[in-house]
Design a protein around this ligand. Structure first.
Ligand SMILES: [Zn+2]
Length: 310
């Protein structure tokens, strides 16, 4: 357990990978008088759950609540066993599909001791995503909306680029004065305004790159990935393809581009990019996380040609 703020400690899950960086960040908020709140206890890893239990026991504290940011398999599965071990109820968004005891909607609060956590509904990365505000300190627990290193995956169908961008703008409008951002992965952040601005700018830049390609003529996703991500490790291209798709879905919905499915056989390279054999890319234990984060399904891939609407 590492103290990362005046009343916030971090317990990092033992699940490092390309998707989870050093591992999923779990947090403990100390509300005083031995009343604690756990946030994102992570994957169902017995030693990690024991670390949450042992930390409370050693401090003579107890958990009043277990809060989950979103239903991705590197964030929530430990909630049920931690709840059984501690008696604390599990809180999640009203739309969450995993087991939980109490439902939270935008504006709801969870209190423990003298700590109050305000729930903000922040969809885009996942529909059920909540950001929690530690009131008083104006610290944010951002799950996978903002993380400490790099950017997050916005992958259809659970991820929606425009919804995500609205979430970022909302956080900038209301919380750019936040004292700290505790993300679901990577180190904590202390310049909230700069971090949120960086996230907003990154999305606008990527979209401009896609539009620049389409300005030169119709293109498909493998073409776009090969151009935009040419300097990026090719093993990450299937993930990049999902990101590009998220922008294209938004642009098509807005009537700015057309999407025409092509009746052509995919080359092996195109197939590997659009429907990768994930078992060849990631370890078995990471499969569930990668599929959830990147929205891969078993549907046969199809090549689609995108073009600017004239
Ligand atoms: Zn996630």
């Amino acid at each position: 357990m590492v103290a990362v703020g005046p009343r916030v400690s971090r317990l990092r899950a033992p699940n490092p990978s390309a998707m989870t960086l050093d591992g999923t960040n779990g947090y403990i908020v100390d509300g005083g008088d031995g009343a604690w709140i756990a946030i994102d206890p992570g994957p169902d890893a017995p030693e990690h759950i024991a670390a949450f239990v042992d930390a409370a026991n050693a401090a003579g504290a107890h958990y009043d609540a277990i809060l989950i940011t979103h239903g991705h398999p590197d964030h929530y599965p430990a909630a049920a066993p931690l709840s059984r071990a501690t008696g604390a109820p599990v809180y999640a968004h009203t739309s969450a599909l995993f087991p939980h005891d109490r439902k939270l909607a935008e504006g709801d609060r969870v209190r423990a001791g003298n700590a109050s956590l305000l729930a903000l509904h922040t969809p885009g990365h996942a529909r059920d995503h909540l950001v929690y505000v530690l009131e008083g300190e104006r610290a944010l627990f951002t799950g996978d909306v903002i993380i400490g290193v790099g950017t997050v995956a916005i992958a259809p169908p659970n991820g929606d680029m425009r919804v995500y961008q609205r979430t970022l703008h909302r956080l900038r409008d209301e919380y750019s004065d936040a004292s700290a951002i505790y993300g679901g992965h990577g180190p904590e952040m202390h310049d909230a305004r700069a971090k949120i601005d960086e996230y907003i700018a990154h999305r606008e830049r990527r979209e401009a790159e896609i539009l620049a390609i389409l300005t030169a003529g119709p293109a498909n996703i493998p073409d776009m990935v090969a151009t935009i991500y040419r300097d990026v490790d090719h093993r990450l291209w299937p993930a990049a393809a999902r990101q590009v798709l998220a922008y294209l879905i938004a642009l098509e919905r807005e009537g700015r581009i057309t999407a025409t499915p092509l009746n052509v056989e995919l080359t092996p390279e195109q197939h590997a990019l659009l429907a990768p054999d994930l078992r060849r890319i990631v370890h078995e234990r990471e499969l569930a996380v990668v599929r959830a984060e990147l929205g891969f399904t078993d549907e046969p891939p199809r090549l689609v040609e995108y073009a600017l609407r004239s």
